[in-house]
Design a protein around this ligand. Structure first.
Ligand SMILES: [Zn+2]
Length: 329
């Protein structure tokens, strides 16, 4: 629509409204007037469902944190800001979305990761209100699957009193991941700011110690229709999940991408938390290629909520096509 035709269109609407008023019709107050007189209602719950055959996945938002651009090695402020502007996002510091997912299979209810919890400077810890909004009680979770041991994935494992927040859940985590975060030598070698992360993992995992299953191979089935995807590099046992039922499938790729507006365009950019940056880069490339080539839907813990869509190729890089709202479940 040109500027002129848009103006004509708007004045035609104005004439129609005035005409309706002149004829005695009720003209509703404008939306702008309504907003000025009512209290701001706040955001709706961060919950979204879709299906993979007989499996229902529910994305549960935990919130977001903000990280400095320096967390992306190799990204210059100029290049990163240009990509932010292209995506209509603020330049400078990077928002990092945090998602968790509930997977309802015909036999079990799984929760994948538990979010970052509340904390200074964090806008996370919303998993609880969103689980409630989704009608899911923590006691109804049969299995808690950890993609890896970073705090933004495990900080919701315990109650304030230090008990298992999911009292009936069996804990599933990769054997390598469990070994890493419980290894004294790894803790002493880790950067200072990460040393406390090992303690958090140990304390959190201890509450589930009597009902923990360590998985240790790619394609291993955790429950019917849910298989392990080994995606090592970000952490030593970093894993995603492959969901399938009949001819439908879906990937939950955990932390393959942290900043969608940067890393689909520049998949060679990793994140400073990568324990093995080269291996993490290979896993990212493999997953992006696989999702785009095989046209498999993906979800991620740091994709923009509700974090469900497809990867498409754009020359030598990629882009993310968010899925349409699924009305019928
Ligand atoms: Zn993460």
């Amino acid at each position: 629509m040109t500027h002129t035709s848009r103006r004509d269109f708007l004045s035609a609407v104005a004439v129609t409204t005035a005409g309706a008023a002149a004829l005695g019709a009720t003209v509703p107050a404008s939306a702008a007037q309504a907003q000025h007189t009512s209290k701001a209602p706040g955001q709706v719950p961060g919950v979204y469902r879709w299906t993979v055959g007989a499996i229902t996945v529910t994305a549960i938002a935990d919130g977001y944190s903000t990280l400095p651009l320096a967390i992306v090695p190799g990204a210059t402020p100029e290049a990163a800001d240009a990509l932010a502007r292209e995506a209509f996002l603020p330049t400078g510091d990077l928002p990092c979305i945090v998602n968790t997912f509930v997977i309802d299979t015909p036999s079990k209810r799984l929760l994948v990761d538990t979010g970052f919890g509340p904390g200074p400077g964090l806008h996370t810890g919303k998993i609880w209100e969103n689980l409630t909004a989704a009608g899911i009680a923590p006691s109804e979770i049969d299995a808690l699957v950890l993609t890896h041991g970073h705090p933004d994935h495990i900080a919701g494992m315990l109650t304030k009193e230090g008990k298992a927040a999911f009292p009936n859940a069996e804990l599933f985590v990769h054997a390598r991941e469990h070994a890493y975060w419980t290894d004294d030598a790894a803790q002493s070698k880790a950067p200072d700011f990460q040393k406390g992360w090992f303690d958090l993992f140990r304390t959190s995992a201890a509450a589930y110690a009597k009902r923990t299953t360590l998985f240790d191979r790619n394609d291993q089935e955790i429950v019917s229709g849910v298989r392990v995807l080994e995606l090592f590099g970000h952490t030593p046992g970093h894993s995603g999940l492959h969901l399938s039922d009949g001819n439908q499938e879906h990937l939950i790729w955990a932390d393959i991408v942290h900043f969608p507006h940067l890393q689909f365009a520049r998949p060679e950019w990793g994140v400073g938390f990568d324990v093995d940056p080269d291996l993490a880069g290979k896993a990212r490339k493999t997953m992006l290629d696989m999702a785009a080539t095989d046209r498999i839907g993906v979800s991620g813990m740091h994709l923009a909520f509700p974090a469900v869509g497809h990867v498409v190729t754009r020359g030598k890089a990629y882009a993310f096509e968010q899925s349409r709202w699924q009305f019928d479940l």
